[in-house]
Design a protein around this ligand. Structure first.
Ligand SMILES: NC(=O)c1ccc[n+]([C@@H]2O[C@H](COP(=O)([O-])OP(=O)(O)OC[C@H]3O[C@@H](n4cnc5c(N)ncnc54)[C@H](OP(=O)(O)O)[C@@H]3O)[C@@H](O)[C@H]2O)c1
Length: 333
């Protein structure tokens, strides 16, 4: 038996910047991997990492050939662990689409420990719309809460706000009652959408993207950053005493040109977020909170649905910053 998958292979005519190439292929079912739980995939999504992998960039898939896709939503096809055939499940990260075959495939085998049963009230399509981006946004909100940043603490900033993580972070924080400031490079195009999601203030990312002093006027009680580099340095420099900034991404760069001053003079905490290796209990907690705290309809206007083959061109759009919100891949289309 075979199934369809977006497979990333080494490209003999590739370059250093693009050593791989991806294509839609019919592959043998054995290519779904050798983990215990077989999932019939209904939906996946295109996250930033998936875009890099599908565009043939290095650093995501170390041992091609491999099906891409760090998210998979579908039904269990063969019972394993605490799961029965037909259970609706979601997997985010856990190495799929990086170290083991991914969810941009009609079938994938996954480690049951990383699998979460779809919570009541979240449809498979919406679970894919949430995807790793929404899971990471929720992990970031949980980190703010654990460090005492609560609604009423003061304004909370979200950087990269028009992107996947940012969009869902804005929606979650606003629904929880936080005073949200959204930073985006697309104020004119995306400002209205971000306000509709609940941002009280929208600022131009250029205000945060340049070189800045190590300590600046304190503004935010907390922040969710998916941008890194100078942006994160400026966010730390503008965080108020005792505030917390979560860091999950590197859209501007992997560097962090800062000093210890925000930490030793304002008691600021920098909390790292890693969705890929999140332990099972944290996965369950995050999905339960997504079911409780994310307005299920909020993503409908911020999400486009594309067929499996469409993910290849969508990847270039994501890397060029032309996509806002989330991209769901209908793996069966
Ligand atoms: N640690 C984890 O577990 C984890 C999980 C998920 C994602 N991530 C990382 O988080 C980041 C965001 O992921 P995503 O899926 O939300 O990606 P995305 O949908 O492509 O959004 C990224 C956003 O970052 C902003 N941006 C892009 N280039 C920028 C630049 N040069 N300077 C400042 N801002 C820039 C843009 O927002 P505006 O248009 O609003 O300016 C863009 O929409 C990526 O680096 C991704 O790898 C990490």
């Amino acid at each position: 038996m075979t199934h369809r998958a977006l497979v990333v292979r080494a490209d003999p005519s590739g370059t250093r910047e693009r050593p791989h190439a991806a294509a839609l292929e019919h592959v043998a079912d054995e290519a779904a991997g050798d983990a215990d739980l077989l999932v019939d995939v209904a939906f996946s999504s295109v996250n930033y990492k998936d875009a890099l992998a599908l565009a043939g960039r290095p650093g995501i898939i170390s041992s091609p050939p491999l099906a891409a896709g760090i998210d998979a939503v579908g039904t269990v096809a063969s019972a394993a662990g605490r799961f029965s055939v037909g259970d609706a499940v979601v997997v985010n990260g856990a190495g799929i689409g990086e170290r083991t075959p991914g969810g941009l495939s009609e079938r994938v085998r996954v480690d049951p420990a990383s699998v979460v049963r779809l919570p009541e009230g979240i449809t498979p399509w919406r679970a894919a719309a949430i995807g790793t981006a929404g899971f990471t946004a929720m992990l970031s909100v949980l980190a703010l809460e654990r460090h005492g940043v609560v609604p009423g603490s003061g304004p909370v900033l979200v950087t990269g706000a028009a992107g996947g993580v940012g969009t869902i972070a804005v929606a979650l924080l606003a629904r929880l009652g936080y005073d949200v400031t959204a930073s985006t490079g697309r104020v004119d195009e995306q400002g209205g959408r971000l306000r509709a999601l609940g941002a009280r203030t929208v600022v131009d990312r250029a205000e945060l993207g340049g070189e800045g002093k190590p300590l600046q006027k304190a503004v935010w009680a907390g922040a969710i950053d998916s941008v890194g580099s100078r942006t994160l340095a400026n966010v730390l420099a503008r965080t108020a005493w005792g505030g917390t900034v979560t860091a999950c991404g590197l859209a501007q760069g992997a560097d962090l040109p800062t000093t210890v001053l925000p930490f030793i003079l304002r008691g600021v905490t920098l909390a790292g977020i890693n969705s890929v290796d999140a332990p099972p209990a944290l996965r369950e907690e995050a999905w339960a909170r997504l079911a409780a705290d994310l307005d299920p309809a909020v993503l409908d206007d911020s999400t486009a649905t594309i067929p499996l083959a469409g993910a290849l061109s969508a990847a270039e759009d994501v890397l060029a910053g032309r996509v806002a919100g989330r991209l769901v891949v209908d793996v069966r289309a």
